[in-house]
Design a protein around this ligand. Sequence first.
Ligand SMILES: Nc1ncnc2c1ncn2[C@@H]1O[C@H](COP(=O)(O)OP(=O)(O)OP(=O)(O)O)[C@@H](O)[C@H]1O
Length: 688
Amino acid sequence: MPRLAIAPEVHSDLGALASPAREEAVVSLRRFLRGATSAPHPERVRNTRDPRVATMRLTDRHRGVVVRQRDVYWMLTVQPDAEAWSYAQRHRFAVNAAAGMAEIWDAAALESVEPALRRAAGSAARRLFAHVCDTDLLGLGIDTWLLPLVRLMASETALDAVEPLIPESQFAPLSVLAAGGSIAEAWRALDACAAVPAGPIDVSDLGAALDRTPSRAVFVADAEELDHLLDRPQWCGFPYAVQYRIAYHDVHDGPVLVTGGAGTGKTVLALHRAAHLARTGGGRVLVVTFSQATAADLTAKLDLLVDDTRVRDRIEVGNVERLAHRVVAEAEGRPPLLVGPPDLASLWQEAAELYGTTHSPAFLLREWEQVILAQNLCTLQEYLSAARPGRGVDLDRGERAEVWRAIEHVTGRLRETGRRTLLQLATRASTLLGRTTGDLLDDAPGGEPYRHIVVDEAQDLHPAQWRLLRAAVPAGPDDLFIVGDPHQRVFDTRVALSSLGVKAETYRLTVSRRLPREILTWAVRLRGGGPVDGLVDGVTELAGFRAGQEGPRPVVREYVSPQAELAGLVTQVGEWLAEGVPARAVAVAARSAGLVRDVKAALREAGLAVRATPLHGLKGLEFRRVALIGVAEGVVPAPGSLTPAEEDPTARAHDLQRERGLLYMACTRATERLYVSYSGRASPFLPP
Ligand SMILES: Nc1ncnc2c1ncn2[C@@H]1O[C@H](COP(=O)(O)OP(=O)(O)OP(=O)(O)O)[C@@H](O)[C@H]1O
């Protein structure tokens, strides 16, 4: 029987076909898998660059392009006849001699750039890879067919120009060598492209190479497996090599931290890991995310990824607040009472007035959350000797004692009325769990506690919440799997995991699978501000963060008045919907609640039923079209959320960075188009 491997492009090509053609093509593939007499068969194509390539008729107008070797058929794309023949003629296929993965490249396009490379090389004093011998290049898996082209390159620009035309596993080691890296570093770059470690490699064994390349080929044994692969989104069946390597690694010895820019596939990776742990791990898996909206999104994605209900039932999705609530409720025998923000604000006001402190209510709140709760300081003595990282104003002993009294007033009033803040709840829950790890969570089927916790959007967790998560899972292999992006932080919680005793093995993802290059470049300019701290030791840079696709540039519109801006928004959204973009794929957001209300009213009046939300509401989500309005001076950054510089310049700088992170996060939700508008003067965050 033939062994059929499907490439991700077949998934998207079939998805793009109109309904009867798609069904016809799938029926043909099913017949092929059954070996039916009427099944499509490989037909030779004239003038191919690789004799193993053929096409198979799948509908009266479409063909699948396959590379055949013995019983293995690797189907690469499904195209109308002429395009399928052209594709078959243009491409070459090989097995990487060093890392063993299957590779494919557009040889015709490379041949057409060869004369330009030769001309540039003629006038160059030195070739880019003159310092590396052929043996080393071949040892790094550089293909013998590509080698002469590599030898012609005279500059990094030449290498960058061919990047889209050659496999990543060829480009990655070359780019390291071009930048002056060593052979060992180039090897590491090549290793990073592999989904599985290679073992012995036989370059003539296509089947074994495809097994090592799960991001490019999935074998389907029968019609059921074929339907299963095609009916789910592409990310379910084809994790990228780096996602596969981390997510399907047998056992990570302890915590794992994966960072990466917006849209680099962290959430998808976290979901694959959660699924893998639920299938193979030692107990229940808790997936922690930011909000109810992101929890609903992750739940829906997990339902798609994991269809075995027994495995799915082992995974729970929630946020830290829910976990804290549940632990405390179970220990205390009744649901805890929470204090609302207005009541809390008036308590801080009262404390500032009563104790005549020179510090504002907002200062006291930050001191409580960022110093006292962050370090779980329980006595004045502890507070007097504590470090106050991130706080810009020094406090002497007398001032600290005064601040402590004010804080005790608030905590005392909360105690009297039986109310708590969310961070207090987290602290209480971690204390309870610290005493009895797991036992308080045993109302699950089977009675076991969480054995694994997977954390998405980790950049915004407070130390008190980290302590809760740490206490909710026994320390050991595969205990914590954490993904996050410090550049997207929207709260002022800058904590390095190691400072909380979480020593994680770290990985970094660099290619955005969501953002077109134009939006990414613009958003990175907007983010500016250089490296940021949080999660990792030291800082995270945006350097190396790049996009995998092209697209239109963001549109920035200036209007003469807020009314004109709303009218412009309505026109823009109307145009998107008229183009056929579904309403659920469009989001509109603004910084202030008032503006969101105006947007909702304007959209309602125009009969446009798209999501409108504050900027925070976009966190963790993505949409084909995103419109951000009111990105004006005096609105973004929101003046009310900035600490006055005279009160605490460091806190103000942090507030500004957080506001910038918020706008950056919102801009990076768009997969296709980003529209930004303002009336009056532009927000100082917008790039010139
Ligand atoms: N293996 C894959 N195959 C196809 N698409 C993928 C794959 N991995 C991720 N994607 C797509 O890339 C986009 C970004 O992925 P994801 O949401 O996981 O990124 P992220 O790093 O969590 O983003 P952010 O931090 O900005 O929320 C999504 O549209 C997702 O479906």
